[in-house]
Design a protein. Structure first.
Length: 253
């Protein structure tokens, strides 16, 4: 059994008809899918999907790209989402200095406020960090909250060591199936500190590159881990599943 810890089923092209994608995931052995959010609307959609489909769980939050557009009462709205029994995390939240679609001061403010809310509610967070290691780490250190998944990890080994030492976890996408740099980094990390994700619909893994990514393809991420660590895929599935279950406080299906 595999877990896709980051599947944007609340966005196009999935949301209007997610059933076939969920069915294919289940047929591939992906028993649970966590749907992260980028704003209030996608948070509402994530919760609706979690209510409709048993294997689906939701996360609610404001993505750094959307931080400048967050309504004044966004924290109250997000906090209400967190009380839903199938909302298992706050996210995705963080910093993005690669695109800078929102002013950095807005990103910092909204990231800090959500991280503090997660700490108050004792909820794990899903971190988006792109070209923003220093600011991301500073906010997390100030908030004292590292109950976090660094999703789509793209930083270096030094940064990985820092966040893992604080108790955070890391996940790689399908990039790990074709990037020598990602494979080399993953091979230096403890397998029990890793989770699997697709970040679909983007970054489809080998052998599906060029296609729309989907939750079923998370099996290829696990297969890449197995090759990197010299383990069979069943062992990798068990290790990453236990890590995700513990982190997101998921019950066995």
């Amino acid at each position: 059994m595999f877990i896709d810890t980051h599947a944007h089923l609340n966005l196009d092209p999935f949301y209007d008809d997610p059933g076939p994608y969920i069915d294919r995931a289940l047929q591939a052995g992906v028993t649970r899918m966590i749907v992260p959010s980028i704003d209030i609307e996608s948070s509402e959609r994530a919760v609706a999907l979690a209510e409709k489909y048993g294997p689906v769980f939701a996360a609610a939050g404001i993505h750094p790209h959307e931080s400048a557009k967050a309504p004044k009462d966004y924290l109250r709205i997000i906090e209400a989402f967190l009380s839903h029994p199938k909302v298992c995390a706050l996210g995705e939240i963080g910093m993005d200095h690669y695109r800078d679609y929102a002013p950095r001061h807005a990103q910092l403010k909204v990231f800090r406020e959500q991280l503090e809310l997660a700490g108050h509610k004792d909820m794990p967070v899903i971190i988006h960090n792109r070209a923003a290691d220093e600011d991301t780490l500073s906010v997390m250190e100030t908030a004292g909250n590292f109950h976090a998944q660094f999703h789509c990890f793209g930083s270096d080994r030094e940064f990985a060591g820092k966040v893992l030492s604080e108790g955070a976890l890391i996940s790689f996408t399908g990039v790990i199936t074709f990037s020598g740099k990602a494979k080399a980094l993953a091979g230096k990390l403890p397998p029990e500190k890793l989770m699997t994700e697709t970040d679909c619909p983007w970054m489809a893994p080998v052998p599906y590159r060029g296609r729309t990514n989907e939750p079923a393809y998370v099996v290829e991420v696990a297969r890449a881990y197995a090759e990197i660590f010299g383990k069979d895929i069943a062992s990798v599935a068990a290790i990453t599943r236990r890590t995700a279950e513990t982190f997101f406080r998921l019950q066995e299906p």
